[in-house]
Write a protein that binds this ligand. Structure first.
Ligand code: GLU
Length: 502
């Protein structure tokens, strides 16, 4: 049977970066096995539905290059792939499960249940309590019929049998055993006719012929219910295999990485910027922070998985061929943002200049710089080894796009002598003539010129660099001069002399 896996997010807000990792592992597994990767939108919980979240999920997958073979927005033969478009399917199966004796109608009102919870703090609807509640197991045949005919609201609940062991063979965790006494009679169909996550998820995985369920560890306890549902429907033979992924942990301290950790540790925990309805519901994304999607993919792939050995940089093709569920770890993976930055630097350094120039062009334009493609290629060449994020090309290297905003006056004061202004005037005349205006030639000729004036290059070149860039940091001075061009170089030298010659 060919592999079919799915990524099944709920559109309840921005997609957490951990969700992107889940999608990635599903994608890698599908590609490696020559199978299919599906996107199913699990939007049955109308109360938690957030407009824009579905588009955000799709855009995020596209940005990191995890393109589903089937799913909402991608077509396919097993649709519809949005659960709210499948409502009728779930109702039919829920009633079928009642017929088969593995589910029942429950008429207890939300108020009744709330009152019970008030009396008993950890009240649960289960095999021990259901015999004293209002449901099709306790009502007489005629009472039941009367209620159904009168249209009394009901929910459908899973009927968990007493004293059975539920065994799950998890591909990452090995055998996990639950006892049915710990498993409650979950609601499957709500009073409004909508299915719960559990019911819809199982029916869809079955109908969409899913072979492997690869999802976050937080779903492991639910899997006990899911196994009972497969058995109840008579689908145990084709039940998918399960693989529950380790948690993603905070960079330091204990616990799961949360959306609030982004602000706390000054890093994004979402793939793209998210702008929700309220001030608190706004979060920065990896894309807007200036990450390359390939770096994010590589970083996420190693967050809980490693094939052994010490290779860290993997192209997507290498990930596909090296990936295996057996090498996913059981324990949580720390979200190390410094590592993410390291990957980004490596990927920027390894990227083609044309590709980077294309990415920084819109960033330059937003700042109001109008620049040629050729100039951007020069900027890329000068800055590529120095930046961590894409906007650094423009922000750290701003002096390539506009005049110096601030000079390193401390260094200027140390190096400036009574002779400097005259020396600069002579050097400007020299630079006006020099041919070709090209880095190697400039370096050799200017050094020689300076020495002929009886000055050490080490006393003048720092000033030249500060005149062009304002700072002692940054690319080599003659490379900058070439990128700026002869005219702009001369203009900046003049400005520099005017500023300090007082
Ligand atoms: N809708 C669930 C979620 O939001 C899917 C869990 C699963 O993959 O079964 O994570």
């Amino acid at each position: 049977m060919s592999v079919r896996v799915r990524f099944a997010p709920s559109p309840t807000g921005a997609l957490h970066i951990g969700g992107v990792r889940t999608a990635l592992y599903n994608y890698l597994f599908a590609r490696q096995q020559g199978g299919k990767f599906l996107l199913r939108i699990e939007d049955t919980d109308q109360n938690r539905f957030v407009p824009g979240a579905e588009d955000y999920i799709i855009e995020s997958l596209k940005w990191v290059g995890l393109i589903p073979d089937e799913g909402v927005g991608f077509g396919g033969d097993y649709g519809p792939y949005r659960q709210s478009d499948r409502k009728a399917i779930y109702q039919k199966y829920a009633l079928d499960l009642v017929e088969r004796g593995h589910a029942y109608y429950a008429f207890d009102t939300p108020e009744d249940l709330e009152a019970l919870r008030q009396k008993e703090a950890n009240f649960t609807y289960n095999q021990f309590t259901r015999s004293s509640l209002v449901n099709s197991l306790t009502l007489s045949e005629s009472e039941l019929r009367a209620r159904l005919e009168a249209g009394t609201p009901y929910v459908v609940r899973l009927k968990v049998e007493p004293d059975v062991e539920i065994r799950i063979r998890d591909l990452i965790r090995g055998e996990v055993v639950f006892h049915s006494s710990e498993v409650d009679d979950k609601v499957l169909l709500k009073a409004d006719g909508m299915p719960t996550y559990h019911l819809a998820n199982i029916i869809d995985d079955h109908l969409m012929e899913i072979t492997h369920v690869i999802r976050g560890e937080e779903w492991l306890p639910s899997t006990a219910h899911h196994v009972l549902l497969y058995q109840g429907f008579g689908w145990a033979d084709t039940m998918p295999q399960f693989a529950h992924l380790p948690l993603i942990l905070k960079p330091v301290g204990n616990g799961k990485l949360s959306k609030r950790d982004g602000a706390k540790f000054g890093m994004p925990v979402f793939p793209l910027d998210w702008v929700g309805a309220t001030e608190e519901d706004r979060f920065p994304g990896f894309r807007e922070a200036g990450f390359l999607p390939q770096a994010v993919v590589n970083f996420l792939a190693l967050l809980g998985w490693h094939p052994g050995g010490d290779q860290e940089l993997f192209s997507i093709e290498e990930l596909i061929s090296a990936f295996s569920i057996e090498h996913i770890s059981k324990s949580g993976a720390r979200f190390d943002f410094e590592k993410a930055k390291w990957f980004n630097q490596k990927y920027i350094q390894a990227s083609a200049p044309e590709y980077l120039a294309g990415l920084i062009k819109p960033l330059a334009e937003t700042k109001g710089y109008s620049v040629s493609a050729a100039f951007l290629l020069q900027v890329v060449a000068l800055m590529k080894e120095r930046v961590t994020f894409l906007p650094d090309f423009i922000e750290q290297g701003y002096y390539l796009f506009e005049r110096v905003r601030e000079y390193d006056t401390e260094t200027v004061q140390k190096k400036w002598t009574a002779n400097t202004a005259v020396l600069f005037s002579d050097m400007m005349r020299f630079l006006e003539q020099i041919e070709p205006f090209e880095a190697t030639n400039l370096e050799a000729s200017v050094k020689q010129f300076v020495q002929e004036q009886g000055v050490k290059p080490g006393d003048v070149l720092p000033l030249l660099r500060i005149a062009l860039a304002g700072t002692m940091k940054g690319p080599a001075v003659f490379d900058m001069a070439v990128a700026l061009g002869r005219e702009e170089t001369l203009a900046r030298l003049q400005l520099f002399v005017n500023t300090f010659n007082r």
